[in-house]
Design a protein around this ligand. Structure first.
Ligand code: MG
Length: 163
């Protein structure tokens, strides 16, 4: 018997560079550096998308939104997340909750967390209380600690759509 839930895990990292906007969870965060990527490089939203795709057993984000496809140049990752949410619904599932961790040495993310939760929750069709966004530093260790990039982890739990 198939259990009445599905869990998925997602991870992403993007490089920090000058002259790019820093977008996390669909929220523009003022900073001297931004994330480099083909889309808007929203590492948090990408980790959430991968967690949802993982829960669906559909593979990874790169398969559906390949970085070498010009269609996704500068793409708003929250729009891509909305597409993934549509697939969740089409497969008969809904989001029970999502929990995430953003690993960034700087800037301080705490003031922006409610906005990130709200933006992701809207895209997922859930309440902000169903979207955990936590922030931590890497204690100055490794590439993230040297502020060469920002990483994000996400888990998502899906339950069947009430019919
Ligand atoms: Mg990515």
């Amino acid at each position: 018997m198939t259990p009445p839930f599905r869990i998925g895990n997602g991870y992403d990292i993007h490089r920090l560079v000058p002259e790019r906007a820093l977008i996390l969870g669909g929220v523009h965060i003022p900073h001297t550096l931004g994330l480099l990527g083909h889309s808007d490089a929203d590492v948090l939203t990408h980790a959430v998308m991968d967690a949802l795709l993982g829960a669906l057993g559909l593979g990874d984000i790169g398969h559906y939104f390949p970085p070498d496809d010009p269609q996704w140049t500068g793409a708003d990752s929250v729009m891509l997340l909305t597409q993934v949410r549509r697939w969740v619904a089409e497969h008969g599932w809904q989001v029970a909750n999502v929990d995430t961790v953003v690993v960034a040495e700087r800037p301080k993310l705490k003031p922006h967390i409610p906005a990130m939760q709200a933006r992701l929750a809207t895209a997922l069709g859930v309440t902000p209380a169903q979207v955990g966004v936590k922030a931590t530093t890497n204690e100055r260790l490794g590439s993230v600690g040297r502020e060469e990039g920002i990483a994000a982890h996400a888990v998502a739990l899906l339950v069947p759509t009430r019919s």
